[in-house]
Design a protein around this ligand. Structure first.
Ligand code: 4NP
Length: 162
């Protein structure tokens, strides 16, 4: 088995968007028998929710689509830029914060990208923060994550990642 592809999803709090990205991707690769080919994790740029489970509204929305949620929040660290191949920022603010984290890694090798670059069905630039909004926000997060994860996986399979 070749080295696994290591993916890290990053948002602000690591309780809504990025754990969903992690678990949407895990669900897809397990369904396709590709679990041994990937290491998948998520983290937040902020440390406010470290150790917490994903937000219960996010967990319910994901479970309604058959996607189980697992994991506990952690804060992103400079070392992540040496431990992962791809780091997916959920929004522009996360991306800007991650550039500063990357500056503190002595030997960064990860590709830092905006997650929405992989979305094909929707042309949003960001996965919007659902924390202070209503239930439709959580559905939007999942729509974007499913779109981008399917498309990333398709590109991975065909060797056509940018
Ligand atoms: P996330 O959502 O970045 O998708 O996990 C948020 C979670 C918590 C807060 C903001 C966004 N907060 O302000 O505590």
């Amino acid at each position: 088995m070749p080295n696994p592809t290591r993916l890290l999803f990053v948002c602000l709090g690591n309780i809504c968007r990025s754990p969903s990205g992690e678990n949407v991707m895990r669900h897809l690769i397990e369904r396709e028998g590709l679990a041994d080919n990937f290491v998948i994790d998520s983290a937040g740029t902020a440390g406010w929710h470290v150790g917490k489970k994903p937000d219960s509204r996010m967990t319910s929305a994901a479970q309604n689509r058959g996607i189980p949620m697992q994991g506990r929040a952690r804060q992103v660290s400079p070392d992540d830029f040496a431990s992962f191949d791809w780091i997916f920022a959920m929004d522009h603010s996360n991306y800007a914060d991650l550039l500063e984290v990357r500056d503190r890694c002595p030997d960064p090798t990860a590709r830092l990208v905006r997650f929405c670059e992989f979305c094909e069905e929707q042309d949003d630039e960001e996965v919007p923060d659902p924390y202070y909004g209503g239930p439709e926000g959580f559905e939007k997060v999942l729509d974007l994550l499913e779109d981008g994860c399917v498309s990333f996986l398709q590109k991975w399979r065909t060797g056509s990642l940018p």
